[in-house]
Ligand binder design. Structure first.
Ligand SMILES: Nc1ncnc2c1ncn2[C@@H]1O[C@H](COP(=O)(O)OP(=O)(O)OP(=O)(O)O)[C@@H](O)[C@H]1O
Length: 614
């Protein structure tokens, strides 16, 4: 129920539709009830009991008062008038016309309420997707390494869809049907108290059984949605890794993996359908049994002369009662659907409720323009419970270039991720001009940094838009940046120049071209601090020369932290830090480190020189 209400909150402002919706519901129910109640006078005409009508009909039009009596008296007044003026056929026609008019009105109001609901549904889904997307964009990087991408995608697609079909569509049932049931019962009580009490005893029995079915459905729906998430992950991995799959002849392997998830999903879906389908025959059976019991009980009352009910009122009563079963069935049917939707809703809300761990503190400082130095003071960091950095101390003065080198897994990328606050240090401090970055707004910290990573993340858009990315730069500025980044020539040689689409993640470009585009992007932003994660993938000599040149120009007059895999590229660094197992094991300039006997740097250097010679 809590989840249901929370999902409905996304329809806010409720005041825009709820009062209108309630009015439509009340009027729709009223005219719906009138239809079936009119069966009683209809039967009176047909069974020739019309002589009783003038006895109960008022002689003049009753003054308005709120209640069923007024409606009944007004009807009887006109009914008796019609009977007197036009005879029985005229009275029959009168009742039929009223039935038609009230059916029309009840359907009109039903349609209006459905229209209103369509607006609400679209709003709930749009707002829910928006909240989910915003939260995903805000969550810290670490969140994503713990989640499967396919599963996240399935929350956007199938889970939100499920909420739409199951929760929002059942709003009609959940709001209207209970109202209808209450109205029906009020009328039933009005006609006969003992009969209605009798039915009330039987109804909870079927209600209890339906609740059992709903519980089972909920459990199954949980399994189903998470299976779908796993299947989406396999699809996502397949699309991302299609080249590797083909190269390793792994089609059979990946198909097997997919089949397993697909079969699992089909199995749970079948189970859910089986359970859900059980609800309808069951409630039908329970409903008819109650009606049969009612017929028997009512029949004995009337036949035994213990009731003032006439035959036609009793038939009218039974018809009305059988109509209670429709909303009751709709309600119990939607309980099954709601369970499925609530599970999906909870999966979506779980992400929306995840608070980002890296975020602005209240009253966070806007970091002033970078002026002096970046300092890591006794910095420690753990991924979860696994420590990866221990007591790092490091200072990068303005205008300096500091390189991080060392064996794979030593913690270089982690150090680089701390600067733009992709992660916050678990211990110690990271200071920029003496300001702890955790006390500064994330936006102001990242605003001062340019990042060029190993995998140049580009978007499926034009070259121009990829360079201009999120800046207000003019065309001339974009071209200037591309020239500095050695990218202009290949861009103008592309089919549509700067307007060439680069494909998904820049797939239509070479590795070197992608890198030069991201260098151009960094040049355009003109940040004082640069973080470079040097490409490990070997570029050909020509391409590498162009990239290196572009990087030199980018770094000129800036402060930079460079993660270097090839030592040749950082020989001129002001300081080289050798990281191993999360600790600084050596530091100094290239020459100093080379002179150190049996040093890690010296060993790495000779390994690379030998590799180059081979
Ligand atoms: N998201 C993560 N969750 C858990 N552990 C991680 C995560 N990212 C990295 N690690 C671990 O942290 C350690 C340091 O990784 P890091 O990527 O910083 O090393 P690196 O020196 O940059 O390596 P490489 O040169 O191979 O890129 C490694 O042991 C790695 O397994």
């Amino acid at each position: 129920m809590k989840t249901y209400l929370r999902i409905l909150q996304y329809a806010r402002p409720l005041a825009n539709f709820l009062p209108q919706y309630l009015v439509y519901t009340v009027l729709g129910t009223f005219f719906g009830l009138a239809n079936f109640t009119l069966i009683i006078p209809l039967l009176q005409v047909l069974f020739d009991k019309t002589d009783k009508v003038p006895q109960v009909a008022p002689t003049h039009l009753p003054a308005f008062h709120f209640g069923l009596d007024w409606i009944k008296d007004t009807f009887n007044y006109f009914f008796a008038g019609m009977l007197a003026a036009q005879g029985k056929l005229g009275a029959l026609a009168f009742v039929c016309v009223i039935v038609v008019v009230s059916v029309m009105l009840s359907n009109l109001f039903r349609y209006l309420s459905l229209r209103l609901l369509a607006t609400v549904r679209a709003r709930v889904i749009r707002n829910l997707r928006r909240a989910l997307y915003h939260r995903i964009v805000e969550l810290q990087l670490g969140y994503f390494s713990g989640e499967r991408k396919g599963d996240l995608l399935s929350r956007f697609t199938s889970d939100v869809q499920e909420v739409e079909t199951s929760v929002v569509n059942t709003m009609t049932a959940v709001i209207q049907e209970p109202f209808k049931i209450v109205a029906f019962f009020a009328l039933l009580f009005y006609i006969s108290v003992p009969l209605t009490l009798f039915t009330l005893i039987l109804l909870p029995l079927s209600g209890g059984a339906i609740a059992g079915v709903a519980k089972r459905l909920r459990r199954q729906a949980e399994i189903s949605q998470s299976t779908l998430g796993s299947m989406m992950s396999v699809i996502d991995e397949t699309l991302g890794g299609i080249r590797v799959i083909k190269a390793f002849n792994a089609q059979g392997y990946i198909k097997g993996k997919f089949e397993e998830q697909n079969d699992n999903y089909a199995r749970t879906s079948r189970r859910i359908d089986n359970t859900r389908d059980l609800a309808s025959p069951f409630s039908e059976f329970a409903g008819v049994s109650v009606v049969a019991g009612l017929l028997y009980y009512g029949g004995t009352l009337i036949l035994g002369g213990h009731s003032s009910l006439t035959g036609e009122t009793f038939i009218g009563y039974v018809v009305l009662f059988s109509q209670v079963l429709t909303p009751a069935k709709a309600l119990s049917g939607s309980f099954g659907n709601i369970q499925r939707g609530l599970v999906a809703g909870e999966r979506v809300l779980r992400i929306i409720d995840t608070e980002p761990t890296v975020r602005d503190r209240p009253g966070a400082l806007v970091l002033p323009p970078f002026a002096r130095e970046i300092e890591l003071r006794d910095v420690q960091f753990s991924y979860g419970d696994t420590p990866v950095l221990y007591d790092l101390n490091l200072t990068i003065k303005k205008g300096q270039m500091v390189a991080l080198v060392g064996p794979s897994g030593g913690g270089k990328s982690t150090v680089a991720d701390l600067l733009p606050r992709f992660y916050d240090a678990s211990g110690g401090q990271l200071l920029i001009d003496g300001h702890d970055v955790r006390a500064c707004t994330i936006h102001s910290v990242r605003d001062q940094m340019g990042i060029v990573t190993q995998e140049s993340i580009l978007f499926n858009d034009t070259i121009f838009n990829n360079i201009r990315f999120n800046t207000e730069a003019t065309e001339a500025e974009v071209i200037e940046a591309a020239k500095i980044a050695n990218a202009h020539e290949f861009i103008v040689a592309s089919p549509d120049g700067y307007q060439t689409m680069i494909g998904d993640r820049g797939g239509r470009l070479s590795g070197g071209q992608r890198q030069r585009l991201s260098i151009a992007r960094a040049i355009l932003r003109n940040p004082p601090i640069l973080i470079l994660d040097e490409a490990t993938s070997a570029l050909d000599t020509e391409s590498e020369k162009l990239v290196q040149e572009a990087l030199q120009r980018l770094m000129a007059a800036r402060t930079s932290l460079v993660i270097a895999h090839r030592l040749s590229t950082v020989q001129h660094a002001d300081e080289i830090i050798v990281l191993q197992h999360g600790r600084i094991v050596e530091r100094g300039t290239h020459d100093e480190l080379l002179r150190r006997p049996n040093g890690v740097y010296q060993r790495l250097s000779s390994l690379q020189t030998n590799a180059a010679l081979v």
